[in-house]
Design a binder for this molecule. Structure first.
Ligand SMILES: Cc1cc2nc3c(=O)[nH]c(=O)nc-3n(C[C@H](O)[C@H](O)[C@H](O)COP(=O)(O)O)c2cc1C
Length: 218
């Protein structure tokens, strides 16, 4: 399988980027899969849905070139992996804008004359890895985990699944100092990638597995 890993974070030294790299390493080291990282912040992806997007949405104009490029990357992939920090219990704005613009009418889905939607990305395996600062209890107590799964997993991807990983503020160790954990984490991430079950157990396990190690902190 070929995985397109989309990362939405402005700082390449962040935990979010470290997790994306670790995910890519874990998936590639099996020798069975290839990966490509799309760093949409570094690439300067313009997130605001604009007039040209709206014309394309109504099928009046072709899609803008930056959107065609993003769709070509996804067309080359068998799996789409989104790695992002949780901001206000959801996607960061840039990633939400990436979805708004890239998942276009006529490409991601079709609307039939009777108003029913036909999904066109069913072949794509979707994996969602959010990195949050709050602990699992906070997500459960307020229903943020359920809300995110309803709105993002089901509302956008339908068959997608998500694990929210605590960033464990203050509990990170340097990547250099925890090789075993990093290795375990890569293996765990690969297992999540290769398994098809999107149940609550994988949600919890991912959360526990990723509470350590962040580059640049000791
Ligand atoms: C603008 C902003 C909003 C945030 N909102 C949340 C939130 O709603 N829930 C949460 O668990 N963490 C939240 N956080 C914490 C981040 O998710 C967390 O610090 C980040 O993922 C840590 O990893 P990083 O090094 O990749 O930034 C927020 C952080 C910022 C900057």
């Amino acid at each position: 399988m070929h995985a397109l890993i989309v990362v939405s974070h402005p700082d390449s030294r962040s935990l979010t980027h470290a997790v994306a790299r670790s995910f890519a390493e874990g998936v590639e080291e099996s020798g069975k899969h290839t990966t490509e990282i799309a760093d949409i912040a570094a690439e300067g992806f313009q997130a605001a849905f604009n007039q040209a997007d709206r014309a394309a949405y109504f099928l009046q104009k072709p899609l803008p070139p930056d959107i065609l490029r993003e769709q070509e990357r996804i067309d080359r992939a068998d799996a789409l992996v989104l790695v992002y920090p949780v901001y206000w219990w959801s996607f960061p704005g840039q990633l939400k804008g990436w979805i708004d613009r890239v998942f276009s009418n006529g490409w991601a889905y079709d609307e039939a004359p009777d108003g029913t939607l036909g999904k066109r990305l069913g072949r794509l395996a979707v994996h969602l890895i959010g990195i949050g600062g709050a602990d699992g209890g906070t997500y459960a107590r307020h229903g943020y985990d359920k809300a995110m799964r309803t709105q993002i997993d089901h509302g956008i991807f339908d068959a997608g699944r998500q694990c929210v990983c605590e960033d464990g503020a203050g509990r990170h160790r340097s990547v250099r100092g925890c090789g075993r954990t990093a290795r375990l984490r890569r293996e765990r991430l690969r297992a999540l990638f290769e398994s098809s079950a999107g149940d609550d157990a994988s949600w919890r396990e991912c959360r526990v597995e990723l509470t350590v190690d962040r580059p640049g902190t000791a």
